[in-house]
Design a protein around this ligand. Structure first.
Ligand code: ADP
Length: 598
């Protein structure tokens, strides 16, 4: 089914070609460009619909003419019926083509934005609210639909129909045309004042939807904590406030839109009455005949629709421009270069070498330095443990190796090559990373295990399940590997999640394994089993562990002691206990063996 949907969906590349800083209308054209021909087709059909409508008054005039001269009216009647049917049929097809194109524009924007968000740099994500970014993909892009049909096409077809109607009116009677145009100009001025207010209110309404998404994400991401803290009511207030703000601003936009629409409607009523009065006088003085007046009045009547279309187009554009601004804001967040979608060949078993040389790093310009010149080298193969008090900067070492962040100064090299010069996907393909909180994604256990290497075969999968002692778990789950693990793996225990994360990393056949040891997740049996596994892996792979357990450090080939963003000592457990007071203290107080959640 997925493939058939894919086949039916437009497959043209949909990335906007405009820079994210270009004005909203150019951005919009950027999204519309791939669909310009279908859009033009739809617009032509809409115009044709308008033209069939415009021909009606002329036929009506002929009909009245025939009637007043006692001629047969069969011809004009047939012509009118044909026009009405053609109008309905072409109108329906045109509406479908336009709507389909508009949906394709929305699809293009959603694809562009979601691809971009997956490439966002971690520091950009640190500064954003995921719920707000989600609202930009789901809610703001939806607004592009109305902009494409109502705004672009409305302005095009409505504008053209308007001009055509005015020309025909001029042909019928220039004096009455002048009267009509005068009324329209006054209304246009009023609407021009209203329009910017619609834009401002719409932007605020969409921003509030973003805030609402962000608070919902915050709550659903930690619903257990919210409930346990009895904070439901306060959190509810936050969401409600954002929802109310969006309502307030949307109502404001609606008020201005209604006023603009009504001004247009009112101006047409006034034009109708004025034309009737002036036209009546002209009929009385024999300047025009009654047929001409009827035809002109019908044109005034027909003018209503294109004028409302143009006004709606301008108003709708304001809402769409607000949404486009929000979409473009997301597209200006710093991102990693686009990666080749083809899967990378998993690297061979050659273990990686790693070196930090005088690395200085802080998470943001307004935050203190986390690394004040970190220097160490790790040879290929073997296990290196990072030890130190919480906040020393150990986890940050891993984030820098993965290039989630870039250092401000100094060099990080893998295999002697600066990581800044590595192709990021290539670099990450060489690394298996087990984060401390061992994140598990919703989906099946199999999805989670194969996340880093979807091509791993069953034999490999079972070998890794065996080494991470997950076979038992899988055997007891109702659907085995195809059991759903729940949002963020809530159906698994902390220890199970960690073993899943380790299995996932091992399946990548990494040349460098980064293991941020959880503190109290594993029971003694599983811990010792995993220790053996890691020791085994370290024979063929470079393993880096942020260690919290004495058992881990005692088996490490070398230990790097970090404190306050610096490396203060390197050695084996035995050497360091004798040589480094901080390490000796950590070891003596069993700090390493007990819980440290830094
Ligand atoms: P360790 O692993 O040694 O406990 P970390 O490397 O996790 O230490 O953190 C070092 C410091 O960096 C801490 O003070 C922490 O508050 C800060 N820090 C960690 N991650 C971020 C982040 N994403 N943004 C800002 N500061 C961070």
């Amino acid at each position: 089914m997925a493939t058939s949907t894919e086949a039916a969906a437009p497959s043209e590349p949909s990335a906007p070609s405009e820079p994210p800083t270009a004005p909203a209308w150019r951005q919009l054209l950027g999204y519309v460009r791939p669909h310009r021909w279908t859009l033009l087709g739809g617009a032509l059909l809409a115009l044709l619909t308008g033209a069939t409508g415009l021909a009606l008054p002329l036929v009506a005039r002929a009909l009245i003419d025939d009637l007043s001269h006692s001629r047969s009216i069969t011809g004009p009647l047939v012509a009118m019926s044909a026009l009405v049917i053609a109008n309905a049929a072409i109108g329906a097809i045109g509406a479908y083509v336009l709507r389909r194109t508009a949906e394709s524009v929305v699809l293009g924007a959603r694809r562009t934005l979601s691809s971009y968000l997956l490439r966002l740099r971690i520091d950009a994500v640190d500064r954003s609210e995921p719920g707000d970014l989600m609202a930009r993909i789901t809610s703001d892009t939806t607004l592009l639909r109305a902009v494409t049909t109502d705004s672009l096409v409305g302005l095009g077809t409505g504008g053209l129909t308007l001009v055509a109607t005015l020309v025909l009116m001029g042909v019928v009677d220039p004096v009455l045309l002048a009267v009509t145009v005068g009324v329209i100009l006054v209304a246009g001025t009023v609407i021009g004042v209203i329009v910017p207010r619609i834009n401002r209110a719409s932007k605020k309404a969409q921003d509030a939807v973003g805030v609402m998404g962000a608070s919902l994400e915050r709550i659903l991401g930690a619903l257990r904590t919210v409930k346990a803290s009895g904070a439901e009511h306060r959190e509810e207030q936050v969401v409600h406030r954002a929802a109310t703000e969006s309502w307030r601003q949307s109502v404001r936009a609606a008020k201005w839109e209604a006023l603009a629409g009504n001004t247009a409607g009112l101006s047409m009523q006034i034009a109708f009455i004025t034309v009737l009065a002036v036209g009546g006088a002209r009929v009385a003085t024999d300047a025009i005949d009654i047929g001409t007046l009827v035809a002109f009045l019908l044109y005034v009547f027909y003018l209503m629709s294109p004028i409302q279309q143009v006004v709606a187009a301008v108003a709708q554009y304001q809402t769409g421009a607000a949404a486009l601004t929000r979409i473009q804001e997301a597209l200006t967040l710093p991102a990693e270069p686009a990666a080749d979608p083809a899967p990378l060949p998993l690297p061979g078993a050659e273990p990686a070498e790693l070196a930090f040389a005088d690395v200085r790093f802080r998470y943001a310009e307004d935050l203190p330095y986390v690394h004040h010149g970190v220097t160490f080298t790790v040879p290929a193969r073997g296990m290196t443990a990072f030890v130190g008090p919480s906040g020393a900067g150990k986890t940050t070492v891993f984030s820098l190796i993965e290039r989630f962040y870039d250092p401000e100064a100094g060099r990080i090299t893998v295999d002697g090559r600066d990581v800044a010069h590595w192709d990021i996907p290539q670099l990450r393909a060489a690394i298996g990373y087990v984060e401390q909180d061992a994140p598990v994604l919703s989906g099946t256990l199999r999805d989670n295990l194969l996340l880093g290497n979807p091509d791993a075969d069953d034999a490999e999968l079972h070998r890794v399940l065996d080494t991470t002692r997950l076979e038992d778990l899988v055997a007891h789950l109702p659907k085995g590997l195809d059991t759903l693990v729940g949002h963020r793996g809530t159906k698994l225990s902390g220890g199970e999640r960690q073993r899943v994360a380790i299995a996932r990393a091992l399946l990548r056949r990494p040349r460098l394994l980064l293991l941020d040891e959880a503190t109290s997740q594993l029971d003694a049996v599983n811990e010792s089993a995993l220790r053996d596994t890691v020791a085994d892996v370290a024979r063929t792979t470079t393993v880096l562990v942020v260690a919290h357990r004495l058992s881990t450090v005692t088996m490490a080939d070398r230990i790097i002691v970090m404190d306050a963003g610096r490396v203060r000592a390197v050695g084996t457990h035995r050497e360091l206990v004798a040589a480094d007071p901080l390490y000796a203290e950590l070891a003596a107080t069993q700090f390493l063996a007990t819980a440290d959640i830094g």
